[in-house]
Design a protein around this ligand. Structure first.
Ligand code: AMP
Ligand code: GLY
Length: 416
């Protein structure tokens, strides 16, 4: 069968790499893909050009399309494909609002008793400030809409919260103010078909740009998987209290969720609470989790679309994925800086934002590479990945040196 993957980042590189291994698949197309993707056919159509993508899938007789990024979901890619009778794994435009509007997601969570923090949504700065004055600090300010993980401020002081509100309302905006959740954050991603889910293994992302969770929020600077602190019973709670009620609620609202359902969860002293949902696989979660998946992803997707649940087999080893980003990320991207990757590197290299000119590999985005290594222990995976990261030469890249360190120290910096 022919599979089309939509998107161009590290997540799509990892998806293409995994789908390519499926014995069911004869050809993998990636639109538009990136220069790191091997043995697949790159299709030069931007992921937001949904009409051309649907035309291509029709002409090429694509049997299954898997969607990577959120922006094309929010403009109705899946609805269009389905209208044309094309099989696609991703949520409809209506269901994708779970990510594209923080306010929408919060309303649904409250309506269906999905544990999350208290919140209010504002279009007016003055009213937002009045509400802020009634809440305790820390507090979280979130701009509504798709912001690639960057429209969120966790304010540790009232001044910081006011500044975040000033920034958010420097133009007309809708802003969610929500109570701070203290705890241990993790990502649980599941495959959903509107009714059933199959959960993947847990990963922990590192959202802040710099070591020790300092600096601005980013799309994610690195993950590791599995996360020992998140026991099977915590995963089951997340499925039973958060994922399943949300899925049921979305079906009841007439917008069943199909595709990768991503829950950002905080393990608090009062149990699991939802930070956010995303309507897609995480990035770099995909790069950290897929190398541990032994079962054929295509088979799992086809089965769940057909209401059959596949038991997924996992590699017991740990993975650590380290993101190498442009020097000023998340504020700006360095484009065109040379990157040299030695031939004999053992880690997987998933390209997030690169291009090639005259056979030279150059940076082409904020997050540039995800480097992923295995280890029998987390410490070994860390050692392996950082050995390789240090061999990648570029003057314009930076990376966090503490991916995985939270497994040894919890948020209060106490040894587990
Ligand atoms: P979001 O885009 O909603 O995932 O927010 C980005 C990051 O901000 C999350 O991954 C958390 O690290 C942090 N964050 C968001 N909401 C909260 C909250 N209510 N309490 C604590 N941290 C939060
Ligand atoms: N890494 C978190 C995300 O994909 O939003």
């Amino acid at each position: 069968m022919k599979v089309l993957i939509i998107g161009k980042g590290g997540r799509e590189h990892a998806l293409a790499w995994k789908v390519k291994q499926s014995p069911l698949v004869t050809e993998v197309f990636v639109a538009p893909g990136n220069v790191g993707i091997e043995d697949c056919t790159l299709v030069p159509i931007h992921d937001d050009n949904i009409l051309r993508l649907a035309d291509f899938a029709e002409q090429e007789k694509i049997d299954l399309t898997i969607v990577g990024p959120e922006s094309c979901l929010a403009i109705g890619l899946v609805d269009l494909f389905e209208k044309r009778g094309l099989k696609i794994f991703g949520p409809s435009q209506a269901a994708a609002q779970i990510e594209s509007s923080k306010d929408f997601a919060k309303k649904l969570m409250h309506k269906y008793n999905v544990p999350t923090s208290e919140y209010k949504t504002f279009d007016d700065k003055q009213k937002a400030i009045e509400y802020l004055n009634t809440r305790t600090i820390p507090i979280v300010i979130k701009e509504d809409g798709l912001r690639a993980g960057k429209g969120v401020t966790v304010a540790l002081t009232r001044e910081g919260a006011l500044e975040a509100l000033e920034n958010a309302f420097s133009e007309p905006n809708r802003v969610v103010i929500e109570d701070y959740l203290d705890g241990f954050e993790f990502s649980l991603i599941a495959l959903a078909n509107g009714e059933d889910i199959i959960a993947l293994e847990v990963a922990q992302d590192h959202k802040r740009a710099f070591d020790n969770d300092e600096g601005p929020n980013t799309g994610g600077m690195g993950v590791y998987s599995p996360v020992d602190k998140i026991t099977p019973s915590i995963v089951q709670d997340t499925i039973d209290l958060i994922m399943k009620p949300m899925l049921k609620g979305m079906k009841a609202e007439g917008m069943p969720f199909k595709g990768f359902l991503f829950a950002g969860i905080m393990l608090t002293d009062k149990g699991v609470k939802t930070i956010e949902f995303n309507a897609r696989f995480g990035d770099p979660e995909a790069e950290g989790i897929l190398p541990r998946m032994k079962t054929d992803l295509v088979e799992v997707i086809l089965n769940i679309l057909d209401h059959k649940i596949t038991a997924i087999e996992w590699d017991n080893r740990y993975t650590v994925a380290v993101v190498m980003a442009s020097e000023n990320y998340p504020y700006s991207s360095t484009i065109g800086a040379e990157v040299e990757i030695p031939e004999d590197i053992e880690s997987y290299i998933f390209h997030m934002g690169t291009k090639k000119e005259d056979d030279k590999l150059l940076t082409a985005g904020g997050r540039v590479l995800a480097v992923v290594a295995y280890g029998d222990t987390l410490e070994e995976a860390q050692k392996n990945v950082y050995n390789d990261v240090q061999q990648i030469k570029s003057e314009k890249l930076f990376y966090r040196k503490d991916i995985g360190a939270k497994m040894c120290y919890d948020n209060d910096k106490n040894k587990i």
